[in-house]
Design a protein around this ligand. Structure first.
Ligand SMILES: [Fe+2]
Length: 206
């Protein structure tokens, strides 16, 4: 018998945000008036986002709304409940319209470095919108040799995982390690797609 296990695991966590309704209403009331009356502040990406200049940054009231779900995540991820973990949270919003896209990137960098990142799909129609696409970090190292097999279309499953689209519904939030590269595919839909992205710096108080 040959047994197969996994050498390394790249986790992704999904949760339905408990206060989705409250966050969605706040988003519609506070962010959409700007979107209704202005062009995208990042014209290259055709994107409204306070990550970029020209639009008011989210204030701390938004961070407070995410603290409970982030505490849930920390327990699930295995941070010792009996220790005190300080979590600094950075958050920014994104509103996509027809033609919005985001190139491949990760959320590493800075000091102290970001450990985990998250995306909350606040306004999202699975029949019209696509989730974030996550790229397999092993892809380039491993699949680069595909041409050597002369059989790219009939290789075993191990060779066939260059990316992953998590299945998400409106109100879902995914957490992932900040090193995982990801992108947002070109938006075909006229319907607005809105997310809040978060970076988590987590460290232990001694
Ligand atoms: Fe991102």
């Amino acid at each position: 018998m040959i047994y197969k296990t996994t050498l390394f695991d790249i986790p992704i966590y999904k949760v339905s945000v408990p206060n989705q309704k409250e966050i969605k209403e706040k988003f519609i009331n506070e962010i959409f008036p700007y979107v209704d009356n202005n062009p995208p502040n990042n014209q290259r990406l055709n994107l409204y986002s306070d990550y970029f200049d020209g639009i008011q940054k989210l204030d701390s009231s938004w961070i407070d709304l995410y603290k409970p779900v982030i505490e849930q995540f920390k327990v699930k991820a295995g941070f010792d409940k009996n220790r005190k973990w300080i979590t600094n949270i950075d958050a920014w919003f994104n509103v996509g319209v027809k033609g919005t896209q985001q190139e491949e990137h990760d959320h590493l960098g800075g000091f102290p470095s970001v450990l985990y990142s998250a995306i909350h799909y606040i306004i999202f129609d699975p029949s019209e919108h696509e989730s974030t696409i996550f790229f397999n970090p092993m892809h380039q190292m491993w699949l680069r040799n595909m041409h050597m097999t002369n059989a790219e279309d009939t290789l075993p499953i191990d060779w066939e995982q260059p990316w992953h689209f998590p299945k998400v519904n409106e109100g879902d939030m995914v957490f992932f390690p900040s090193y995982v590269k990801h992108a947002v595919p070109y938006q075909e839909s006229e319907k607005r797609r809105a997310t809040i992205a978060l970076n988590l710096q987590i460290y232990r108080e001694n």
